[in-house]
Ligand binder design. Structure first.
Ligand SMILES: [Zn+2]
Length: 162
């Protein structure tokens, strides 16, 4: 499933990207505040994305326009995932091995050690074996602390939707 998230759901958007989903985030588009709702609706329709919003008025407007929309009330990201699963009628897959760039939604590809020399701290280079590069923005990633966090959040989420 592909998603588009409103301006209040940046954390959920980054988390879903880490979990392997294609998520457009309105905060990345540089759209004036007054045009955000219209942009969210037209992109959700045009790109067949499920709208994620915590704005009930926008949610209703989107539904009337024929957009698949999931209204999100929880302030906790795991609770938000549970809500999205329920609204979409299926469990959201969490596949961190298919992570996308949390910053720009680009896909990641394995990077060789020689490509990353000088770009990551020497201590990281000694400990980590695999590195990924975002094909869109070039940011480098490795299985550091965030990796453990995402796995912990995933197991919490799976316990809650089971
Ligand atoms: Zn990126």
């Amino acid at each position: 499933m592909r998603f588009i998230a409103d301006g209040m759901l940046g954390k959920l958007a980054r988390w879903l990207r880490l979990a392997g989903h294609d998520v457009a985030y309105i905060g990345d588009f540089r759209v004036p505040a007054g045009e955000q709702d219209t942009t969210l609706i037209s992109r959700a329709l045009g790109e067949e994305r499920v709208l994620l919003t915590c704005d009930i008025a926008l949610h209703r407007r989107a539904r009337r326009a024929g957009v698949r929309s999931a209204f999100v009330e929880s302030s906790d990201v795991v609770g938000q995932l549970v809500e999205v699963s329920k609204r979409c009628g299926r469990k959201i897959s969490v596949q961190p091995e298919n992570s996308r760039c949390p910053m720009c939604n680009g896909s990641l590809e394995l990077a060789g050690k020689e490509e990353i020399k000088g770009k990551v701290p020497a201590t990281v280079l000694r400990v980590q074996r695999e590195f990924w590069r975002c094909v869109r923005c070039g940011k480098l990633y490795w299985r550091g602390k965030h990796w453990k966090t995402i796995l912990e959040m995933a197991s919490r989420y799976y316990r809650m939707v089971r």
